[in-house]
Design a protein around this ligand. Sequence first.
Ligand code: FAD
Length: 317
Amino acid sequence: MKVTEHIKQAKGKTLFSFELIPPIKGKSIQELYDNIDSLMEFKPPFIDVTTSREEYVYIDKGGLLEKKVTRMRPGTVGICSSIQHKYHVDTVPHLLCGGFTKEETEYVLVDCHYLGIDNVMALRGDSIKEERYFTPTEGGHCYAKELVEQIRNLSHGQYLHETITSDDYPDFCIGVAGYPEKHLEAPSLQTDLKRLKEKVDAGADYVVTQMFFDNQKYFEFVEAAKNLGINVPIIPGIKPVAVKRHLQLLPQVFRIDIPQDLIDAVENCKNNKEVRQIGVEWAIQQSKELKAAGVPVLHYYSMGKSDNIKAIAKEVF
Ligand code: FAD
């Protein structure tokens, strides 16, 4: 079922959802299942599975290093399908512009349709680790909006190279990313919001936000989006701080602010176990306020570990 249908059926009740990262190539999927198992009591109607960008690796060829490109965490669509089969919940595979040609994207979408996956998250993707800026893949899309257009075209039978008349069009519910503190490359929040509006106008059905630690930023973002005519659900993304290093890392990577009270609390911690507890408490307060404000879903970035998300969900749902 579509994410937007779940939201409609909830009739104003806030839903719980989370996102998972595929295991590193060669590792068992069991740890991922263990994380899902411990969160199922909160009845997530859908679970997101991220897609990672490819990376450069250097293979030793008798003293000469050969540069190769590989994806360290493949398997997004397979994992989505296995979750749907095992847990009977909907899944949302993340699709990226970066690293995929338009043809490869079309094949992934066909796979999703055959596997009974009704939702996809359309994203540009970050730059490859070794590159400073995002470089579009040859034959791929430059911006998430173009990916949304490709996905939406399928619901009219419009494939890349042919238009097909059918009684079985892939009609995906499409999510896109939104940034309450603006995307790091955008020249201003207003410009970034205009880009978000373009994604919605191209056919996106809902928005999931980048993490934020100050709810006011989310409320202002939703208000500004509404003023621009963005009328789809805007789902807040919540990430509990887990280690002291997050104080530097999160602002550096995502260009987000961390409130002074949270910084002070984390800095006063003696170890990362205490930081994890502070992160949980902060996220509980954030979640409770957002729920009271009637957000459609609270979406948690689990980063592959569920203990802190479980502690939060226990207090909120
Ligand atoms: P876009 O919407 O394409 O925007 C990218 C930038 O380009 C923005 O600054 C925007 O303002 C600007 N822009 C858009 N259109 C134009 C235009 N026509 N001309 C000029 N500028 C323009 N990354 C992953 O690699 N894997 C994941 O699974 C993943 N999941 C995510 C989930 C969520 C909820 C969020 C919020 C982010 C996720 N990301 C993921 C990160 C995301 O890929 C990055 O933030 C990326 O840098 C931007 O993606 P986007 O889809 O927002 O891009």
